[in-house]
Design a protein around this ligand. Structure first.
Ligand code: ADP
Ligand code: MG
Length: 243
């Protein structure tokens, strides 16, 4: 079953057409890496998929539900689509565990007892089972990003979107975050991730997609995609990224 269906998505900001007809299906359990130069539309595409941006035309379906502009339907759909950004945006006055409990209590109406159990479970999934009571400023950047991932997991999303989640981290902290994502992949989580980590994309993503100027320029199974890029544009991009 397709967890994500995007069909001919178009999106402009004023006169600037950023997405020029993007179509992509993501099957349950699939991991897709999105790569491409800055400004090619990767973030805008992810933001359209969870309703942070409205599309000008095209169809988006998440877990069988069509994206709509109606607030109630949009709220419903957003619960199924977790998104993790480069900046983790944890509340500094709440502990790691409390940050994770917030949305399940406020958005889903879970009891605090249930949300606490769930937050603990999600912290364990990201290797921070013993840091429930830690405040964000006691945690490293990598640990804070793992809390942010746990916060998304607590909503039990059908698909998780990652937008350059390691870009703000020092190199020595990148690995622990990528390891969490790799672990989620092994557990069958459906994921779409924008990344500059070419080695990671090649190893973990089932398929890799190269976006250029608002379209999917080339894409395919990662093994084939990286060993045998077909278009000169992807060849040039990979040369510039891998060096
Ligand atoms: P990427 O993530 O691939 O770097 P983005 O999707 O962030 O690309 O941006 C694509 C283009 O859209 C860029 O030229 C960017 O400046 C523009 N853009 C993104 N968001 C907005 C916005 N809210 N208003 C105006 N222009 C935007
Ligand atoms: Mg971006």
């Amino acid at each position: 079953m397709s967890v994500v269906v995007a069909n001919d998505i178009r999106k402009s900001f004023g006169p600037l057409e950023v997405l020029k007809g993007v179509s992509l299906n993501v099957e349950a359990g699939e991991v897709i890496a999105l790569i491409g130069r800055s400004g090619s539309g990767k973030s805008t595409f992810l933001r359209c998929l969870n309703g942070l941006e409205t599309v000008d035309s095209g169809l988006i379906q998440i877990a069988g539900h069509a994206m709509s502009r109606k607030p109630a339907a949009l709220r419903e759909l957003r619960r199924d689509v977790g998104i993790v950004f480069q900046s983790y945006n944890l509340f500094p006055h709440l502990t790691a565990g409390e940050n994770i409990m917030l949305a399940p209590v406020q958005v889903k109406g879970e009891t605090k007892v249930a949300a606490r159990d769930e937050a603990q479970r999600c912290l364990s999934m990201v290797g921070l089972g013993d840091r429930f009571d830690a405040y964000p400023d006691m945690l490293s950047g990598g640990q804070q990003q793992r809390v942010a991932i746990a916060r998304s997991l607590a909503m039990r999303p059908k698909v998780l979107l990652f937008d350059e989640v390691t870009s703000a981290l020092d190199p020595e902290l990148t690995g622990e975050v990528l390891a969490v994502i790799e672990d989620l992949a092994r557990q069958g989580m459906t994921m779409l991730l924008v990344t500059h980590e070419m080695g990671f994309a090649r190893r973990v993503a089932d398929r890799t997609i190269f976006m250029k100027d608002g379209i999917i320029h080339e894409g395919g199974p990662s093994a084939e995609f990286f060993t045998n890029p077909r278009t000169p544009e992807l060849q040039a991009f990979l040369r510039s990224e891998i060096g």
